[in-house]
Structure formats: C-alpha cells, structure tokens
Design a protein around this ligand. Sequence first.
Ligand code: ATR
Length: 286
Amino acid sequence: NAGAGNRIDSNTLLFGVIGNPIRHSKSPIMMNRAFRETGINGVYTAFHVTSDRIADFAAGVRAMGIRGVNVTIPHKLDIMSVLDEIDASAQAIGAVNTIVNEEGRLIGYNTDGIGYVRSLKEEAERELAGKRIVVIGAGGASRGIVYALANERPARITISNRSLDRAQELAVSLQDAADIIAITHHELQAACEEADIVINTTSVGMFPNIEETPVNASWLKQDAVASDLIYNPLKTKFLLEAEQRGCRIHGGLGMFIYQGAYAFEYWTGQPAPAAAMRETVLASLQ
Ligand code: ATR
C-alpha cells in the first residue's frame, strides 16, 4: 500500500548503512520512505561500525540475512576485502557503496558515479559528449564520478587535487576510458577558464564550513555548469557565486537521491520512487 506505514513483522527484510560517523546520515529516512511508497516490507537503519569491525560486520550480515547495505565514509575501500564478489565497474572505480546479499554471498556495487551522471544530465547538462570537464578532488567520491563521466565520451577530463599524486593516480588508472589528465593547483585557473563543466568533489564548502570555496567562480565561463557534490547546504558558496555569474548550477542532492535509487533497484528489482525519496530528504534539510 503506497503511503501505508511500515508493518514490521517476521518477514520484514533488513537493510542499512554503515559508516563512521553515521548519525547525520539521511539514508534511513530516504530508504524507509522508498519502502513505504512501494509497499515493500523492509526496514532500513544506520549502523555505526568502526574500521576494526568490518569483517565482523560482514559475518553478521551473512548470519542474519541482512538483504542490503550501503557503505559510506570511511569504509568504501576497506569493505571490498570482505565481499565475495565485486561488480566490474566497482572494481574499476576501486570503491563499493552498495552491497547485495544473495543468499549469503555478498556482492559489491558502486552507484555513486551513475547516480551523479543521471542527476547532472537531468538537472543541468543533457549532453556530456565533447565537453571539457574539470573535477576538483581525487578521493573516493571523485573516483566514481570520473569513471562514470569517462563513459560519456567527454573531450577531456582534467583532475585537480590538493595532493597532486592522488590526481595523477586517478588519471592513470582510468586513462584507457577517456582523455584524462591531472594538473597542479597553478594550472587550475586556466583549466576552469576553458571548461564546460566544473565539479567540486571535495568537502570544501560543506556545513559547517559554508564560507569556504574550492575554486574562484569568476574563473568559469558564463555558459559553464558549476556542479557540487555537497548537498548540505543545498547551494554552496561556490554554487551561489557561479549562479551570480550567470552559470547553470547543479547541487549534490540529486546524486544522493539517485545513488540510493540505484541501490534500491539492485536490492528489490523494482524501480525506485525517486520523487518521493527526494521530497523526504529535502524536507529534512529545510
Ligand atoms: P570522499 O569519499 O568524500 O571523496 P575522501 O576520499 O577522503 O572522501 O576525499 C576527499 C577529497 O577532498 C580529496 O580529494 C581531498 O584532497 P587530498 O587528496 O589532497 O586529501 C579533498 N579535500 C578535503 N579537504 C580539503 C581541503 N581543505 N582543501 C582541499 N581539498 C580537500
């Protein structure tokens, strides 16, 4: 029954998210709304798991038959060593954010990159082929996004990171998929000046440090897209400054919704109620 309350009983399917810290996570409210909306008898909660308990956690998931788990900071890499199988794209990305428990076999996927690209296309830029894209940051989130963008036939992806070696490593690891280069901080202005899309994947500008910006928005072309993975605040200072300049802007909420929607689809085989999921998360942020 759409909209009916979850009835928890002895057939309820179990789901959750693991991370450290985890109490700020919006995933439980988003996913429980999705189960209510689709009438699936499931419940989703948050597990605070420390890095030294990852193997115990995986054993617990198998023993108790927890059907699906999302994985967030700082476990997206560590978790890979305790899974039974890793999907090819998660393997190439080098990070897992979604686990499906198939009768005790734990299979890892990554829905961050595809979630991001779907949101970018819907909200800001339908056509990514031929585009010059600058990505700031080379951490876990950046890896999934660069992998997914590389499959869209961009003209070039330029990665800038505080520590250059991480940007270089990412560029090299995906070099067969697209024209990807790493640049130093000194080359960032010139790269932004000719970019069609500039994406912040770092935590710079995230609540509570809302006065920080990862890049000077005045470097962007006026017809460029400014994109930020941060969704708290919904509009970072980087996006506000880019908007004032006339740029199209794209915040991180859509990526969060769609990474969850793809996870839901892996677990249930059903289309996710993305609009309802967005409504619930948005309401909790305001
Ligand atoms: P996530 O999974 O969110 O990507 P991560 O793997 O820890 O988390 O990566 C964080 C990214 O934000 C990295 O690119 C990091 O730069 P370094 O590789 O040099 O550490 C970047 N980052 C975090 N804080 C930053 C800051 N204050 N200034 C610039 N970059 C920052």
